[in-house]
Design a protein. Sequence first.
Length: 142
Amino acid sequence: MSTVIDAWRLSSGFADSEGYVDKRGYICIFNTDQRLLTYINDLLRGLNIESMGPILKAPRGTVIHDPRTGKQYVTNMDYYYIYIRASSNANSYKYIGFTIKRKQQHIEEYIRRTTSTPTPPPTISPTLNILKIITNIGAGGI
């Protein structure tokens, strides 16, 4: 059981620190470590969250522009990303969520816009949500 909770904690923390949710609701997670992103991708799939990648975003030496700061950077390493499929945004919101308010608001707005019946906000802590998943798996669900 602790393995699933550890997977949830790692996925959640990694999405918070390395993730990006744009105003359209697209969720991407960026990093230079392709193997780590592959591992995160596997953890997300284990939480019933479909994701794609890792995909090379910018090879080493590419000039990238940060739209929030307006600055340009040259990448020192290859830069990869995984993205969560739009069909899994509700599961991502339900089981992982974000502690960063701006990211949480973007995913909530996306879910409101794209579903006929809005997904209610989590009423219990994400830890309890993951425990519900573990209980369902043990009972033959999911």
